[in-house]
Design a protein around this ligand. Sequence first.
Ligand code: S3P
Length: 169
Amino acid sequence: MMNTQNIFLVGLMGAGKTTLGKQLAEHFQRHFYDSDQAICDKTGVSIPTIFELEGEDGFRDRESGMIDELTRLPNIVLATGGGAVLREQNRLCLQQRGVVVYLHVSPEILVERTRHDRNRPLLQVEDPLQKMRDLYQVRDPIYRAAAHIVLEVGTENHYMTFNQLLNAL
Ligand code: S3P
């Protein structure tokens, strides 16, 4: 049991990083952070607003700064934004400062879960399923390479996920 290490959750939008992260934090009596939420708290505006004002690149710069800041904290559980693994700098922060857990879910299930979500600018497109499949194709190998643990989730049952992860840690 890696009780003293930080736990960093990665995966696509809708994978359940925040839900599972909160459960883990409670179980291990740690602080929980969500990198998107931390960016919103710091800037006082929503993720869609940041995308609108500064573009995806502007958001990614803020995300990198936040990941560097949060991964330095001791004894935390962190849910990262789905694109956090895209930059090598972020991957290094995550890999070197804690256990990286990839929550793997199929694009079909992810798109169902995020269907009515207006808070994710990348999914505000005509064909969200195609977009999710494209993101999956690019990112799945990156998540796998970055992760110390891969959790095959794929169902709605977070309770199962939680126990699977406890067994894997
Ligand atoms: C993004 C995922 C979002 C958020 C932003 C971009 C992505 O986070 O960071 O909308 O590139 O996959 P969640 O994975 O928490 O939805």
